[in-house]
Design a protein around this ligand. Structure first.
Ligand code: FES
Length: 150
C-alpha cells in the first residue's frame, strides 16, 4: 500500500513538473533562505498579479547583503524564483543586487512555463522593493526603480 502511494506521488510530481528544467526542480526541492529575519534592516510584503504574496527581510553589513530571507503563500515557482533571487543577492552590494531582472530568473531556469513567468517578476519586485526600502531608511539613493509590474 505504501509503495502504491509512493508511486502515485512520484507520477503526480512528474506530471506536475513536466516542462520545468532540472535546475528549477533542484531549487524547488532545496530552497535557500526560506524564513524570516528578526529585527531586519528592511522588510517588505509584496502582492503579485495573481494575489499571492512574498515577504522578504534583510540585514546589511559593510554595505553588502549579509542575510536575506523570504516567505511566500505563493506557488512552487515563486519558492524557486525567490530562492534563486535571494541566494544570488547574498553577499552583493545593494547596487549590484538591484540589477537582477525577471528575464535573468527565467533564463536561469531555462524558461518558466508561460503561466508562471509572473512568479519571477514577483520575486524580483520583492527584492527591489526590499532594497529600495533599505535605501530609503538609510537615506541612500538607489539606482533601481525599473517598473516591472504587469
Ligand atoms: Fe501566484 Fe506563482 S506567485 S501563481
Amino acid at each position: 500500500m505504501a509503495d502504491d502511494i509512493d508511486k502515485l506521488v512520484e507520477s503526480l510530481q512528474k506530471a506536475i513538473l513536466a516542462g520545468y528544467s532540472q535546475k528549477f526542480k533542484d531549487e524547488l526541492f532545496n530552497p535557500m533562505n526560506f524564513g524570516k529575519i528578526e529585527n531586519p534592516d528592511s522588510y517588505v510584503r509584496i502582492k503579485g498579479v495573481c494575489g499571492d504574496t512574498i515577504e522578504m527581510s534583510l540585514i546589511v553589513r559593510d554595505e553588502k547583503i549579509h542575510d536575506i530571507k523570504f516567505v511566500t503563500d505563493g506557488c512552487g515557482a515563486t519558492v524557486a524564483c525567490a530562492s534563486y533571487v535571494t541566494r544570488t543577492a547574498q553577499g552583493k552590494p545593494i547596487e549590484e543586487a538591484l540589477k537582477v531582472k525577471p528575464e535573468d530568473v527565467d533564463r536561469y531556469f531555462e524558461g518558466l512555463p508561460k503561466e508562471h513567468k509572473h512568479c519571477a517578476k514577483l520575486a524580483v519586485m520583492a527584492l527591489r522593493a526590499l532594497l529600495e526600502e533599505y535605501c530609503n531608511k538609510t537615506n541612500q539613493e538607489s539606482t533601481g526603480g525599473v517598473d516591472i509590474a504587469e
